[in-house]
Design a protein around this ligand. Structure first.
Ligand code: NAD
Length: 428
């Protein structure tokens, strides 16, 4: 049994999964259709920004880990194949499985020529039923082989947080392994022998659903505190103090209670949309989740409303947007609250200059004409008003002087707030 591991798709999840397994002693080959990423990995250059990743890649590439565009060769030499490709949502909000299907077809074709047993593991977030009803049949069709006899099938959802991904891969809260049979399950489980966290064993659909239920709950928690925070703001109450009081209740807990300008990132929005859609298909309208998305759609625009109250009509006003990544510690701008904020500002005729220590270039792909400031200080100096969207540490010490500052993510600590003459929080 060859225990080399193949990871198909080397985005945030695939690359971190590969690095984690390599660090834990396995030989890993990462596959991507994007030859730029493959070359970067083989040059030990992380294609994404994540703390701790450069050092691990220096240590592990090429000794324990390499990358290739040759999926067939990688599958043929591996005992376990992880599918970590993207699962975006289409225009209707429904999950788009085109990358998962393509990967399953290619893996199936490679399995056709494989002599020994291997397990295919779906790690991409997929709606319940996908692994068993879409991936499995495609693998069987293209390999001409049988699940349970010639190869195994499993589903292990990924829970890593961007910005803390390296930490999470070595110390997850839990590992969920859904599998078609004991053989598949025990092989996947053997990868995590050194982990002390709970390992939950389920069927495929339950594993898929745990991921959606978790993300939907977290997204709803954020929309809940944001709605409460909006009311607090109107009533002259600081939502941060309210959250502290709530969080001390052991049934509630202090995490994910920070109100702000809304959630972003590649997962929450698309996963909530996808499960809403799946619910609709199953004849189950999920009204709570619909509202979670609606609250989140409006929340970033509150920043612009507050700024308008300070500055009046924004036409021709110079506005600095500090922070473009959907959260600190990453260069990922997917679904970032900064996107609707910039769009709204531009729609109102404001002149926008933006800055992010890691994500400025990524945001240029969304807004090719976006003016990028050299640094936060230069943007503040230039601007008539400032919006703080991502809590990067370096924004804490800037000199905001008498510029109106609207804080969307508790970016400034209490002391720094006092130094900015016209500071205002979104929900405090
Ligand atoms: P990503 O878009 O960053 O990366 C996907 C990669 O797959 C890309 O590099 C792409 O080129 C590659 N790819 C696409 N088709 C391929 C194919 N046929 N063969 C080889 N490579 C192929 O995506 P991501 O953020 O890493 O997310 C991957 C999955 O994990 C998604 O389902 C996502 O919902 C889930 N997830 C993401 C996170 C996160 O924080 N990003 C956390 C948990 C779960």
């Amino acid at each position: 049994m060859n225990m080399k591991i193949c990871v198909v798709g080397t985005g945030y999840v695939g690359l971190i999964t590969g690095v984690g397994l390599a660090k834990n002693g396995f030989d890993v080959v990462c596959v991507d259709v994007d030859s730029r990423k493959v070359e970067m990995i083989n040059r030990k250059e992380p294609p994404i920004f994540e703390e701790g990743l450069p050092e691990l890649m220096q240590e592990l590439v090429p000794k324990k880990m390499s990358a290739t565009t040759d999926l067939k060769k990688a599958v043929l030499e591996s005992g376990i194949v992880f599918i970590c490709v993207g699962t975006p949502c289409g225009d209707s909000g429904k999950i788009d499985l085109k990358f998962v299907r393509a990967a399953a077809e290619q893996i199936g074709k490679a399995l056709k020529e494989k002599k020994d047993y291997s397990v295919v593991v779906v790690k991409s977030t997929v709606v319940p039923g996908t692994t068993g009803e879409v991936v499995g049949p495609l693998l069987e069709e293209h390999s001409g082989k049988r699940i349970g006899k010639d190869f195994g099938l499993a589903m292990t959802p990924e829970f890593l947080r961007e910005g803390k991904a390296v930490e999470d891969v070595f110390a997850p809260d839990r590992i969920v392994i859904g599998a078609v049979d004991d053989k598949s399950r025990s092989l996947v489980k053997s990868l995590y022998a050194s982990y002390s966290c709970p390992i939950l064993e389920t069927d495929l659909k339950t594993a898929e659903m745990i991921k959606y239920a978790s993300n939907s709950f977290l997204a709803t928690k954020i929309s809940f505190v944001n709605e409460m925070g909006n009311l607090c703001k109107k009533l002259g109450i600081d939502m941060n103090d309210v959250a502290k009081g709530m969080g001390l209740d052991s049934r509630i807990g202090p995490k994910f209670l920070q109100s702000g300008c809304g959630f972003g990132g590649s997962c929450f929005g698309k996963d909530v949309s996808a499960i809403l859609n799946k619910g609709r298909e199953a004849g189950e309208e999920m009204t709570l989740l619909k509202t979670t998305l609606e609250v989140n759609r409006k929340q970033p625009l509150k920043m612009v409303e507050l700024l308008e109250k300070r500055l009046g009509n924004l036409k021709g006003k110079k506005i600095a947007v500090l922070g473009l990544a959907f959260k600190e510690g990453t260069d990922d701008v997917r679904d970032s609250p900064a996107i609707p904020i910039i769009r709204e500002l531009e729609g109102k005729g404001a002149i926008v200059a933006a800055y992010d220590p890691e994500a400025s270039e990524s945001m240029k792909k969304v807004f090719p004409k976006l003016e990028l400031a050299k640094n936060g200080g230069a943007a503040v100096k230039w601007a008539d008003g400032v919006l703080l969207v991502t809590p990067w540490k370096e924004f804490e010490t800037l000199d905001y002087g008498a510029k109106p500052v609207i804080d969307g993510k508790n970016v400034l600590p209490k002391e720094a707030r006092k130094r900015a003459k016209y500071y205002e929080g979104i929900c405090w």
